[in-house]
Design a protein around this ligand. Structure first.
Ligand code: ATP
Ligand code: MG
Length: 182
């Protein structure tokens, strides 16, 4: 995985597979603490203890198309390679919450990547899912909430090309505004 935005795409795919209706992604960067924290929470079907214990093993997957599942273990490895940590909590019927911490300045910290494209790809593929993206950089905040956007669209589809274009430029402007350089 080349950058964090691709990890996010991958993890969000797990949530969607688990029939989540709501996905919340938090991306918090703190320069003083030299930390980048990625948290992703969903209200999907969750995992029992046995599945959860196995989930971090790259040779475990509940997909029947192949025998290895890589998404979680790759994110865990990326965090640890950047002197960070990875943890995951899950409850059947409730959902899943994961947290990856990276040392921002670490030479092996992957770049953020194209967050706008990642979010747009989730929204366009799964317009029924409510997505919150909350980015903080040293206390400055940008927040996207697709449920709110949908309520203001008066029946226009959130995944229509025009709306997606507006959302994409909003994300870029928002990240720019909080001082997030690419
Ligand atoms: N958010 C989630 N909710 C419920 N189960 C999950 C969630 N995320 C992961 N899992 C379970 O953990 C397993 C491993 O996930 P992981 O992303 O590592 O691999 P995968 O999704 O099976 O394959 P890949 O990500 O490589 O396409 C999944 O098959 C699924 O059973
Ligand atoms: Mg996966």
């Amino acid at each position: 995985m080349e950058d964090i935005s691709l990890h996010i795409l991958d993890i969000a795919e797990n949530s969607i597979k688990a029939k989540a209706k709501n996905i919340k992604i938090k991306f918090h960067e703190n320069t003083k603490k030299d930390k980048t924290i990625l948290e992703i929470a969903d209200d999907g079907e969750g995992m029992n203890k046995k599945t959860l214990n196995k989930a971090l093993n790259p040779f475990f997957t509940t997909k029947n198309t192949r025998t290895v599942g890589l998404g979680l273990s790759l994110l865990s490895e990326s965090a640890k390679a950047a002197n960070g940590t990875f943890s995951i909590k899950s409850k059947p019927g409730k959902g899943t919450h994961l947290k990856a911490v990276f040392q921002t300045s670490h030479i092996d910290r992957k770049p953020m990547g194209d967050i706008a494209s990642t979010l747009i790809s989730i929204i366009s593929g799964h317009p029924e899912v409510n997505l919150v993206y909350a980015h903080q950089l040293n206390g400055k905040k940008y927040r996207l909430n697709t449920k709110k956007i949908k309520s203001q669209l008066n029946g226009i589809r959130i995944n229509s090309p025009e709306v997606l274009q507006i959302i994409k430029s909003n994300i870029k402007k928002g990240l720019d505004y909080i001082g997030r350089q690419k």
